[in-house]
Design a binder for this molecule. Structure first.
Ligand code: ADP
Ligand code: ASP
Ligand code: MG
Length: 434
């Protein structure tokens, strides 16, 4: 008998009919003899709708109140799902994040899980009942207030519970058949990946492939939780996120197969991100300590910066420009903080650009293959797309483009690296992609 944690995303529970459909799957898993713990997201686009509603009340809602509001979304779906499962003759009970023992730090809106104490979940499961847990939320022991884990946080709830309960697998049920070589909403010819390492999935998630939330992958890697990403609309095997790059080369593989493993794909996929903005600090005096001071101010504003580019100063003026990217949501506070120190730092002006897109090419094999960057830049050139910023890690190359050329860039690069599937189009079963 296995202990399975199943997570159902918002598009899998978007209305009463879908909730009943998902309830049937859960009841089947239980009747097959598994211990089942379910994590559920808010119905459809509920979280976005709640955010829109708050924005109509005030542009800057207090974070504590916003968190209480947002946790309501998952409370609705968890109770409805428990009702639907009970209706099928299988006992189920729903729990908020707090009741399930998801303890977080006190950073409202993007709290980190610091402990999982799932005693009530264990007790429920030991009675043969299905435990349904509201995703994306926890409680901070600092103030006893409820917190949320950041967008997509139900994935993190699921992986953390799987780790805390010692589950055999964490199944992430969503609206596509698994992790693809690109977002199937943009690249219909994207290929499903059967198996991907934690490292590659980390880079894909960090680069915007929202099929798994970044922190859920970090958590899975740290605790060695096998994650299976699959569709809730069918029974096909999805993508297994497990192991490291070295594991791909199986020392016991028969001759020939070992070689095939060594030739594992250079590129695992192409990710994109439209959620960032670019700030340029124009005319910065090129003297030691300026970058340190600017990024102290940026950090003080609570911004998580991504790429940074500093140009060589123009000899005649001794001035340089520094550009960096950050989440769009962090830009108002960051612009405010930098404006406040303009006199002190003596730069000429600030520019905010929120019409940027980022495309990232990810693959552990690129470490040992020259020419990947040249091929990437060549594909963008052939598609007539201008490159604004570039950054690289060991297994990733990211490029900033105009937001309106991002989709074309993703398709061009996907094709240039021979990632297109020969087996027809990827299916997107539901969801609005919001
Ligand atoms: P859920 O509601 O189940 O949490 P999400 O919308 O958060 O679903 O994540 C699933 C979506 O992620 C897909 O519908 C797809 O548009 C998007 N996506 C982005 N990149 C990828 C990728 N590489 N593979 C699969 N899906 C991706
Ligand atoms: N409902 C939350 C969101 O939309 C959490 C999740 O779906 O994972 O971000
Ligand atoms: Mg999600």
């Amino acid at each position: 008998m296995a202990l399975v944690v199943q997570k159902y995303g918002g598009s899998s529970v978007s209305d009463a009919h879908s909730i009943k459909r998902v309830a049937k799957r859960i009841a089947e898993a239980r009747r097959a003899g598994n211990d089942v713990v379910v994590v559920v997201s808010a119905m459809g686009d509920t979280t976005d709708e709640l955010l829109d509603l708050a924005a109509q009340i005030t542009p800057l809602p207090p974070q504590r109140e916003l968190d209480i509001l947002l946790t309501a979304g998952e409370r609705i779906s968890m109770s409805l799902l428990a009702m639907a499962i009970n209706n099928l003759g299988v006992k189920a009970k729903s729990f908020t994040g707090q009741q399930a023992g998801l303890i977080t730090d006190a950073v409202h809106g993007r709290a980190r899980i610091v402990d999982v104490v799932p005693s009530r979940i264990r007790e429920t499961v030991s009675k043969g009942q299905v435990a349904i847990v509201a995703g994306f939320q926890g409680v901070t022991t600092d103030t006893n207030d409820v917190t949320t884990l950041g967008r997509g946080g139900s994935d993190t709830t699921a992986v953390a519970l799987a780790a805390g309960l010692g589950a055999d697998v964490c199944e992430i049920y969503t609206d596509v058949d698994g992790v693809f070589t690109a977002d199937p909403r943009i690249v219909p010819s994207a290929r499903k990946i059967d198996r991907v390492t934690y490292e590659e999935m980390l880079e894909l998630a960090a680069s915007g492939a929202k099929v798994l939330a970044l922190r859920s992958v970090e958590y899975a890697r740290r605790y060695g939780v096998p994650v299976h990403v699959r569709s809730s609309f069918g029974n096909a095997t999805g993508t297994l996120v497990v192991g490291t790059y070295g594991d791909r080369i199986d020392p016991n593989a028969p001759a020939g197969e070992e070689e095939a493993a060594m030739e594992a794909p250079i590129i695992s996929g192409v990710a994109h991100d439209r959620s960032e903005a670019k700030i340029t600090v124009v005319g910065v005096p090129d003297v030691p300590g300026m970058a340190a001071r600017i990024f102290e101010v940026v950090a003080g504003a609570g911004a998580n910066i991504d790429m940074i580019v500093q140009n060589v100063s123009v000899a005649a003026t001794g001035l340089t420009d520094i550009s960096f990217t950050l989440p769009q949501g962090d830009s108002p506070a960051t612009m405010g903080a930098l404006t406040a120190v303009q006199g002190e730092l003596g730069f000429a002006s600030l520019q905010l650009d929120d019409q940027i897109g980022k495309i990232s090419l990810v693959g552990a094999g690129m470490k040992s293959h020259p020419g990947v960057s040249a091929r990437l830049f060549g594909a963008l050139r052939d598609a007539g797309i201008n490159i604004e910023m570039i950054s690289t890690s060991e297994i990733r190359i990211s490029v900033v483009t105009r937001a309106d050329s991002l989709d074309d860039a993703v398709r061009a690069v996907h094709t240039a690296f021979d990632l297109d599937s020969a087996e027809g189009e990827a299916v997107v079963y539901a969801g609005t992609g919001r």
